[in-house]
Design a protein around this ligand. Structure first.
Ligand code: SF4
Length: 293
């Protein structure tokens, strides 16, 4: 087995372990490269069929190509696709792009709060009807007791403090100082009732591993990751008003791998183009303690 095979094997093992241990499990899909690799691994883990719902938190400010990509793959791969959003905050314009909040408050409203209420079923969830291709309100949504998330330890500082199986309290809050040890690939999966568990099968993957894997497996990615001819591309994807592209002429996964191997970005954080990180003191600790992905 080579390095990518080992990473793939471990991630698939964690996905299967989570599926067998938690009754009401979902998987987050942000449409970014990491969660799309995670989705690909879930398809491999269950022989092409993903047996759990894919949840997307739609801030309404995502770059339109991302939503088109989500719906195209959801139809093609017959995914149980669900989205949720903070409709009240959008209606009341309690957002940064409307000029009424800081970025941190906006992320709390449109991402953390929307995630919490979508997962626990207290706000409407919209599920794709594969007959019509439209989204419909889910009747009687059950809370998800666990969610599989595509965060990587090397992406930014707070993510390196995560466990593969990371408990959150009933408010979705994260106590960094009280996490189970995970020695010798032994995972704690029995948590007290009411605990919400985040599962992180991609913790060991690095940015270059992700792109080598995308290249090897020919995984369809949203075109924003590739230079379209203007000498820029997105290295990390997020909301339109808060995400800047990087200068790069890489237009294929192979060229991105070469670019990363060249060291061009070795002194530039992967999420340097994500402006909410700057407002959270250069990291995401405040946001992530309160439920941010
Ligand atoms: S990334 Fe920007 S637009 Fe999106 S939720 Fe955060 S502050 Fe709001």
């Amino acid at each position: 087995m080579d390095h990518l095979d080992r990473l793939e094997n471990k991630s698939i093992h964690i996905i299967r372990e989570a599926y067998s241990e938690f009754n009401n499990l979902s998987m987050l899909w942000s449409i970014g490269k990491d969660s799309t690799v995670l989705l690909w691994l879930a398809r491999k883990a269950f022989f092409g069929h993903v047996p759990l719902p894919l949840v997307h938190i739609d801030t309404d400010y995502k770059i339109p190509e991302m939503i088109e990509h989500r719906d195209r793959l959801a139809k093609e791969w017959e995914l149980d696709m669900i989205y949720g959003q903070n409709e009240a905050a959008l209606e009341n314009k309690e957002t940064f792009p409307d000029g009424n909040t800081t970025r941190i408050e906006c992320c709390k409203n449109l991402k953390s709060e929307a995630l919490k209420k979508t997962l626990n079923g207290t706000w409407p969830r919209y599920r794709m009807n594969h007959n019509t291709g439209k989204y419909e309100v889910e009747e009687n949504p059950e809370p998800y007791t666990g969610v599989i998330v595509g965060v990587r330890a090397d992406e930014e500082g707070t993510r390196s403090k995560e466990r593969y199986f990371s408990p959150r309290d009933t408010n979705n809050d994260w106590d960094l100082g009280d996490q189970p040890p995970e020695f010798w690939d032994q995972y704690k999966t029995d948590f007290a009732p009411g605990t919400h568990v985040r599962v992180h099968p991609l913790l060991d993957w690095k940015e270059v591993d992700i792109w080598r894997y995308i290249e090897r497996e020919n995984i369809p990615m949203v075109s924003l990751y590739y230079d379209q001819g203007d000498g820029t591309r997105y290295r990390s994807l997020g909301c339109n008003p808060c995400t800047d592209p990087v200068e790069s002429t890489a237009s294929t996964p192979q060229e991105i791998v070469k670019e990363l191997e060249s060291g061009k970005f070795s002194n530039i954080a992967e999420r340097a183009g994500r402006k909410q990180d700057e407002e959270d003191g250069g990291g995401l600790e405040e946001l992530r303690k309160e439920g941010y992905m």
